[in-house]
Design a protein around this ligand. Structure first.
Ligand code: GTP
Ligand code: MG
Length: 254
């Protein structure tokens, strides 16, 4: 089983991507299941095959422990980690080829607390990958783009799972803007030049240093442009996932 975690900032398109990418894989004859890990979501654009909301009720937590919405979400994510055997049992029964995992809207809940990486490592699956979504609208300026690179790098460091970076919602920008962002992703000097144009003094030096640091870590930020309304880029995401899983398999056999 291939497990694919879909992670990204709030509203970056995780749930719609989960919905449509799973339909895309099904149309290729692949057996797919969707797991919803977002305990606070009210409406989903797909029917999850496994749903954490069956195990934790955010509204009940708010009532019972007198928590606010964020406190209840934090508690819910920690409780999910305790239900991992149940989730694995449900997934085992389905035994899909691909399990697409839609993660909580508030990325920090999943990525930066202990429960997220624990859930990711305890979920069964021979091979795992993360798809990190760069929201195109939120990346449409060099400084926001660098912030997103940092978030993506932080996710990579937290999970230590092979990761692909996607530029989501590309239909919301002009093709020229999309090209520009894709170009920043692979050309740090060009991104640096844009930052130099927009900033000066301390802010410029700090951003430049941060960017060089990310570059030195050697992460690959080349982005796969996707749109979940036009369904563009899905073929590429699937191809790159297959390559990534094949590489993992080869490495595990060595
Ligand atoms: N135009 C456009 N809109 C999109 C795309 N993907 C998602 N959206 C819209 O963006 C909004 C947020 O999408 P979701 O899929 O709910 O994003 P999410 O990351 O799951 O959001 P949270 O879980 O609330 O953080 C919805 O209104 C979607 O219809 C896309 O590719 N293009
Ligand atoms: Mg969502």
């Amino acid at each position: 089983m291939h497990v694919v975690f879909v992670i990204g900032t709030a509203g970056s398109g995780k749930s719609l991507f989960t919905a449509n990418f799973s339909l895309f894989l099904k149309s290729k004859g692949i057996d797919v299941a969707c797991l919803n890990l977002d305990p606070g979501v009210e409406n989903l654009p797909y029917t999850p095959d496994v749903d954490v909301r069956a195990y934790v009720d955010v509204f009940q937590l708010m009532e019972e422990y007198k928590l606010g919405p964020n406190g209840a979400l934090v508690a819910a994510c920690d409780l999910i980690a305790m239900q991992i055997d149940e989730l694995n049992r449900e997934v085992d029964e389905l035994a899909p080829e691909y399990l697409i995992v839609d993660t909580p809207g508030q990325m920090e809940l999943f990525a930066f607390r202990a429960s997220g990486p624990l859930i990711a490592s305890e979920l069964k699956g021979e091979q795992k990958a993360i798809l990190y979504l760069f929201d195109a609208v939120f990346s449409n300026n060099p400084l926001s783009f660098v912030s997103n690179m940092f978030l993506s790098a932080a996710v990579y460091v937290r999970f230590a799972i092979p990761q692909l970076n996607l530029l989501s919602k590309v239909d919301m920008l002009s093709p020229e803007r999309v090209e520009k962002i894709l170009d920043w992703a692979t050309g740090v000097p060009r991104l640096e030049a844009e930052i130099a144009q927009q900033l000066s003094g301390e802010s410029y030096l700090l951003s430049k240093d941060l960017l060089r640091l990310i570059n030195r870590i050697g992460l690959n930020f080349s982005l796969i442009p996707v749109s979940s309304t036009d369904l563009t880029g899905y073929v590429d995401v699937h191809a790159q996932l297959q390559r990534l899983f094949a590489r993992e398999e080869e490495e595990s056999e060595q």
